[in-house]
Design a protein around this ligand. Structure first.
Ligand code: F0G
Length: 371
């Protein structure tokens, strides 16, 4: 075996499904192959009547699912001899674009709604040497700006309206099917700019057509309540949510999300910030999974559907015996440490002595060790 890990990254792992040829230079950080964890304790806590699986996308090289799309988008940009890539971002796309551009040796420009970027994500873009341009506006403003600029100047857009991003991100669906031995009956996912829900649905369909899975999942998408344009059926001018990654009022892949919902017989619903925070804490404290708030939105959504009786109705309607729910945990919790500190209890501090710590913990010595 070579000195590098045996997993080759998603392009080589799924080459037959990827838009690459022999002359495409493959820029990879060996993204993909992320854990799919069974979560029986969380399943029981929320009362879900079928198994729950969690796809830990925070385990990707830059800590989010964006790396799956970026390996393809940046490889293709290099093949097309582009000198620079550009994106608008709520933070993760920027971090990923910056990392892959650095590895490719090309420039990266990111346009960010500066007041709403989680600190970890900004740190990544800066460290990877991207030109970071902060705007006084939201993601939708940033997106409008980069679309305009990349249509006029020789800079490759790497937001998810670039089809190569979708091609890469669909690999998440392949991995789930490969691990489960079939597509899950339900696929739960947070929805922001709607590229990922579009990509997963494409992946599930392609795998099904290729005979690598025996069914298609119902796609369950979740938007934050005050940033839910697809649920409302119209753009939201001033989206608000604690989950800054999905604070988006006019998603670029709106049509793709609606197609995934309708073609799969699924749904797209809202979850409140309170529900997101509850799921965020449960994932960390019950399953040992520290994810960012946007990622927790899909678990919050599944919990809400349980409360509304959705899965009981589905079971009555004849859900197959091997049915399960796969939740896509899109990004790592370390991306947004401020949110965690605010959500959790502040640590208590005491003087630096063993006695003070024992006192605080109210520890009692075992009876046998007493004199
Ligand atoms: N979860 C996380 C952690 C994200 O960063 C995003 C999107 C989503 C979910 C939603 O995915 O946009 O494909 O529907 N982040 C983008 C960004 C917008 O700029 O990093 P989507």
């Amino acid at each position: 075996m070579s000195a590098e890990a045996s997993w080759p990254g998603i392009i080589e792992a799924y080459r037959g499904f990827m838009p690459v040829g022999e002359r495409t230079p493959i820029i990879t950080l060996r993204e993909g192959n992320t854990p799919l964890l069974a979560a029986p304790a969380l399943q029981e806590r929320i009362g879900l009547p079928i198994p729950l699986y969690l796809k830990c996308e925070g385990a990707n090289p830059t800590g989010s699912f964006k790396d799956r799309g970026m390996t393809v988008a940046v490889s293709k940009a290099l093949e097309e001899r582009q000198q620079a890539v550009m994106c608008a971002s709520t933070g993760n796309t920027a971090a990923s674009a910056a990392a892959y551009a650095a590895r490719a040796g090309i420039d990266c420009i990111v346009v960010l709604p500066i007041r709403y970027i989680a600190m970890g994500k900004l740190a990544q873009s800066v460290m990877h040497g991207a030109k970071v341009i902060a705007i006084e506006g939201n993601f939708d403003d940033a997106f409008r700006i980069v679309v305009e600029i990349t249509s006029k100047y020789p800079v490759q857009l790497v937001n998810s309206i670039n089809p190569h991003r979708i091609e890469g991100q669909k690999s998440g669906a392949f991995e789930i099917c490969d691990r489960v031995g079939n597509a899950p009956a339900y696929h739960a996912i947070p929805v922001g700019n709607a590229g990922n829900i579009t990509a997963y649905w494409k992946g599930y369909r392609e795998y099904h057509e290729a005979g690598r899975s025996r069914r298609l999942p119902k796609v369950l998408g979740f938007q934050a309540e005050r940033a839910a344009p697809i649920v409302r059926g119209e753009p939201v001018a001033d989206p608000q949510t604690i989950a800054t990654a999905i604070k988006i009022g006019n998603p670029a892949s709106w049509k793709g999300a609606v197609a995934a919902r309708d073609e799969s017989g699924g749904l797209i619903e809202t979850v409140t910030d309170e529900e997101i925070l509850e799921a965020y804490k449960m994932l960390a404290s019950i399953e040992g999974l520290f994810v960012e708030p946007a990622s927790a939105a899909c678990v919050a959504g599944v919990a809400k559907l349980v409360r509304e009786g959705y899965f009981v109705r589905e079971l009555q309607a004849g859900v197959p015996e091997d049915a399960c729910v796969a939740c896509i945990l899109t990004g790592h919790g370390l991306k947004d440490p401020d949110c965690a500190i605010q959500a959790a209890q502040e640590p208590v501090s005491v003087e630096a002595s063993a006695e003070a710590v024992v006192d605080l913990l109210r520890l009692k010595e075992p009876v046998s060790s007493r004199a």
